[in-house]
Design a protein around this ligand. Structure first.
Ligand SMILES: Cc1cc2nc3c(=O)[nH]c(=O)nc-3n(C[C@H](O)[C@H](O)[C@H](O)COP(=O)(O)OP(=O)(O)OC[C@H]3O[C@@H](n4cnc5c(N)ncnc54)[C@H](O)[C@@H]3O)c2cc1C
Length: 485
């Protein structure tokens, strides 16, 4: 009998748990440890942030589902890793701490045969002075609580605009090294559409602020894409969309401090500026959780497991941008020191950025960190689960299932307005996520046709269809496994 412990019940943890439970005989134990009692379909937070959905539309409680599916569940958070056990417990274990009211603070050693670290990112608001969701008129849409809070403030502002108040809305990245520009892009387009719907668009100045060196960089160095019968750069496409909707932009900007209604930032040319606002939604930096690891003698071995995020089978040798290669990216998400530990989704340490690193004239690094979107998070979780399943079933280590962000695509469908007839979507599909300049030397490392942009109502329908399809899958309804990651 094997015991597989999964840390985190986000996109990757939940996908891994579902596949493991479906494919492994019941004598093997699958246990999820996660602090949030709910599953949340994060991509739909955008619609909570404009008041078109409520948290209940995108979440469901994990405990009843896991009970029904015979997946163990502890509402707790991992605090330390002990991959060799310790003097009392010979087996590898993680120390977890309960977060429920009745057991708060209680710690327990949870042993495992295989460990999947799917704890995603820490939303590192603390890396930007004054950036705390719900204070200083600054908000976030990174969780459903944050998105709900953002909508309440935005709704309030809309009511004031209806009374004649002119307002400035600032949306983008809240740190020089933030990622997830796609989510902020989606939010600004949805907000723009909502302002129109409420007939207050003319009362609002809408400003995009981002650490991207160019519009449409998205942390992936931008892309050359097919657009109808044409080929265009993502920067041109985003510029066209912003121009069309009257959205101004500030780029190459590292936000470093937030005060009440004021964002302070430095630009790549070394200048310091500030931008006032009445409502801001700024994506924070994402960092590792700061976990510590110990060997069997209680010696600190954190550097064997973590480099901020978890160390996996990537090439972490420091290299200049010109030498970056698609082969640097991991394929199995296995920790090299402890082969029974894996880290899919956002939890693994990327070998380097994808977007060219840039520093300001003052030496401040201002450039996007690499994005790890939902699709690769699901795919990497499934392949980790499949390798563990093969290993358990065949009794010998298997790493047959592989997938690198250098041979995986990402689809970013940015809903740009809600409504079956008035909605819109801007779809940007990229293949591969990490550019492969050897395979696609003439098209900036990406395959045209598979890398394309599209604007129209169909994008909105697709985004909505994905919302329902992925929640259906996450609830493990009949034949859920037929819905791809
Ligand atoms: C607003 C927004 C919109 C997005 N839109 C899209 C989109 O349209 N398309 C797309 O592809 N991607 C989108 N993304 C990205 C997508 O949500 C992420 O790629 C995905 O959630 C990553 O999955 P993950 O499982 O690695 O991490 P997460 O989903 O963050 O899950 C991490 C899990 O770990 C748990 N956890 C945290 N700490 C601990 C601990 N100490 N112990 C145990 N568990 C812990 C958390 O509670 C959570 O359950 C969006 C992201 C945001 C923020």
């Amino acid at each position: 009998m094997s015991k597989i412990v999964i840390l985190g019940a986000g996109i990757s943890g939940h996908v891994a748990a579902a596949h493991l439970r479906r494919k492994l005989p019941k004598e093997h134990e699958v246990l999820v440890v996660s602090p949030n009692s709910n599953y949340q379909w994060i991509p739909s937070n955008i619609w909570i942030g404009i008041g078109r959905m409520e948290p209940k539309d995108i979440i469901f409680p994990l405990a009843p589902l896991y009970k029904k599916k015979k997946i163990g569940y502890k509402q707790a958070k991992v605090v330390t890793f002990h991959p060799e056990g310790d003097k009392e417990v010979e087996k590898p274990f993680v120390m977890v701490e309960y977060v429920t009211e009745d057991q708060k603070g209680k710690q327990e050693k949870v042993t495992y045969d295989y460990l999947i670290n799917a704890t995603g990112p820490k939303l590192a608001f603390d890396m930007t002075e004054g950036l705390v969701p719900g204070t200083n008129k600054a908000y976030s849409v990174c969780t459903y609580h944050h998105a709900n809070q953002a909508w309440k403030a935005l709704d309030d502002l809309i009511q004031q605009m209806k009374q004649g108040k002119k307002a400035k809305i600032l949306i983008g990245t809240g740190h020089a090294k933030s990622t997830c520009q796609g989510a902020a892009f989606e939010y600004i387009l949805n907000v723009e559409q909502e302002l129109r719907r409420h007939k207050v668009r003319d009362m609002a100045e809408l400003v995009w602020i981002a650490n991207e060196p160019h519009l449409g960089d998205f942390g992936m160095d931008g892309m050359l894409l097919s657009y109808g019968n044409n080929i265009m750069k993502s920067s041109e496409m985003v510029e066209m969309v912003f121009e069309d909707r009257g959205i101004k932009w500030i780029i190459g900007a590292g936000v470093n401090k937030i005060e009440d209604g004021v964002a302070h930032y430095e630009t790549l040319d070394g200048e310091y500026h500030k931008e006032t606002y009445d409502f801001a939604m700024l994506i924070p930096a994402f960092s590792g959780h700061g976990f510590k690891a110990f060997d069997k003698n209680d010696q600190d071995i954190t550097e064997k497991l973590f480099k901020g995020f978890m160390i996996v089978d990537a090439d972490y040798t420091p290299k200049p941008y010109e030498e970056w290669s698609v082969q640097d990216w991991p394929e199995t998400y296995q920790n090299p020191s402890y082969p029974n530990i894996f880290a899919p989704g956002i939890a693994f340490a990327p070998p380097h950025a994808i977007s060219k690193p840039r520093v300001s004239k003052n030496g401040t690094a201002i450039s996007p960190s690499p994005p790890r979107t939902g699709m690769p998070s699901g795919i990497t979780a499934k392949l980790v689960a499949d390798n563990i399943i093969d290993t358990i079933k065949n009794g010998k280590t298997s790493l047959r299932h592989r997938g690198s962000m250098g041979n995986m695509g990402a689809a970013c469908i940015a809903s740009a307005g809600y409504g079956m007839t008035k909605g819109s979507g801007i779809s940007i599909t990229t293949f591969p996520i990490v550019p492969d300049y050897n395979k696609y030397p003439d098209t900036q490392g990406r395959q045209l046709g598979k890398t394309f942009g599209e604007i129209g109502l169909a994008g909105h329908w697709l985004k909505l269809a994905l919302h329902y399809a992925f929640l259906y899958k996450a609830k493990m309804r009949p034949f859920w496994w037929l819905v791809p990651e």
